[in-house]
Ligand binder design. Structure first.
Ligand code: CTP
Length: 399
């Protein structure tokens, strides 16, 4: 991740555009870089010259200007920024964004970007309250767009109510806190979690000691950064992450089916402790103690969900993370799993008896990639989840 936050600032055509000059000044003072794009209407309210002077960068306006496109086109503008801020976001710009219109440089960049987008709406109170605008706002929130304001108060048109643009310092604060709150906005991430249960008969299962705690904490940390989380969980013994899309399963086969159905996703984290074997034949009625001898269970191997998803071509998530529960040769075995299954990162854990990790509150993880390993100190599963979510955000941003 870059150290200086790069803001692509789209200035819309409303009277509140004049506040952009102060916003740019504050953004620059806070050490952020600002690349300006103005709509044609915006130039009626502030001059490109003032904007360029404050940004220290040329203002881009036209999509079909051969000079501008040759230097940096609309795709590159998005690529070379960390987030896109639309200030002021007029009713017209919000409508274009919600409907995918792209008839000028600003709206084309907004349609082409995969970066987090923050908008600061500004418009007359009735325009803001109009069902069409409210419908567009709902659509945009659903797409992961982040809103700052509008505020209640007197407006340039002489009316009072919601629609007034937030003050530059509030927009600055929203932009600066964006990395923590919204770096995963608009990203859809799959998390598998918990144990799986493989039935033997109607009352008995083959299971393992996983509580689902680590997977749940990861889902919560991803959500706290704005991601939409699909949480495919076996029978866990901890509370499920609130607000995630929960898909409750029991067996490895069900987990594989639910995982495939959740695609496409931007990233997938396989924290589930999948039971490796299932009964070859599940008995329809309870196996009785009175049967001649203790039953001999014949087992069959379960599908490897992580390996299957890692080896997809078209719908493979761009980041696939596995876990490795090991009791010996932790690093070596985990690296073997990374290669054999084809995931991008693997989080290795020593789950040997006495480590207290499987089913416990803490973790002592090593994150392994083809480029090396990072041994982390023993920490709570919630702490590790936050760290992992930050790494995922940085990786997706860099891709
Ligand atoms: N995994 C999976 N499907 C399976 C088995 C494992 O998706 N049938 C995933 C786990 O969610 C984890 C990774 O693969 O991300 C490694 O799981 P682990 O239990 O450590 O290893 P196994 O592949 O089961 O191998 P072994 O039991 O031999 O250590």
């Amino acid at each position: 991740m870059t150290s200086v936050l790069r803001v692509l600032l789209i200035i819309g055509g409303g009277i509140a555009a004049y506040k952009c000059l102060e916003l740019i000044r504050q953004l620059r003072e806070a050490g952020l870089s600002v690349t300006p794009v103005m709509t044609r209407a915006a130039q009626q309210f502030v001059t490109p010259l003032s904007v360029a002077a404050l940004c220290g960068e040329q203002v881009r306006v036209e999509i079909f200007d051969p000079h501008e496109e040759a230097r940096m086109d609309h795709i590159q503008l998005s690529r070379q920024s960390d987030l896109v801020a639309v200030v002021p976001a007029t009713a017209d710009l919000l409508a274009k964004m919600a409907n995918g219109l792209a008839d000028d440089l600003a709206s084309t960049v907004l349609l082409a970007t995969d970066k987090p987008v923050l908008v600061a709406p500004a418009m007359n109170v009735r325009m803001w309250q109009h069902p069409a605008t409210q419908h567009n706002v709902k659509t945009l929130r659903h797409h992961g767009v982040h809103f700052v304001g509008p505020e209640n108060g007197p407006m340039a048109c002489g009316e009072t109510g919601p629609g007034r643009m937030s003050e530059p310092h509030s927009i600055l604060s929203a932009i600066c806190h964006f990395p923590a709150q919204c770096l995963l906005c608009g990203r859809r991430i799959l998390v598998t979690s918990g144990p799986t249960w493989e039935p033997v008969d109607p009352v008995r299962v083959i299971a393992n000691r996983s509580s689902g705690r680590q997977g749940t904490e990861i889902a919560k940390a991803l959500q706290a950064r704005g991601a939409e989380v699909v949480f495919v969980t076996g029978p866990a013994s901890v509370a499920l992450p609130p607000n995630a899309q929960i898909v409750a399963v029991e067996t490895a086969d069900e987990m594989l089916y639910a995982t495939r159905a959740a695609l496409p996703v931007d990233a997938a984290v396989f924290a589930a402790a999948v039971t490796d074997w299932k009964a070859d034949a599940v008995r329809g009625s309870k196996i009785r103690k009175s049967e001649a001898a203790p039953p001999n269970l014949r087992l069959r191997e379960n599908p490897d969900i992580l390996a299957e998803i890692s080896q997809l071509t078209e719908t493979r998530p761009s980041l696939v993370i596995g876990f490795a529960a090991e009791t010996e040769n932790v690093i070596e075995n985990a690296l073997g799993k990374l290669r054999q299954k084809g995931c991008d990162w693997i989080v290795a854990n020593d789950v040997s008896a006495g480590s207290g990790i499987l089913g416990g509150d803490e973790n002592q993880p090593v994150i392994i990639t083809e480029n090396g390993e990072n041994q982390l100190p023993r920490q709570s599963k919630a702490e590790f989840a936050g760290h992992l979510a930050d790494l995922i955000a940085a990786e997706l941003l860099a891709q």
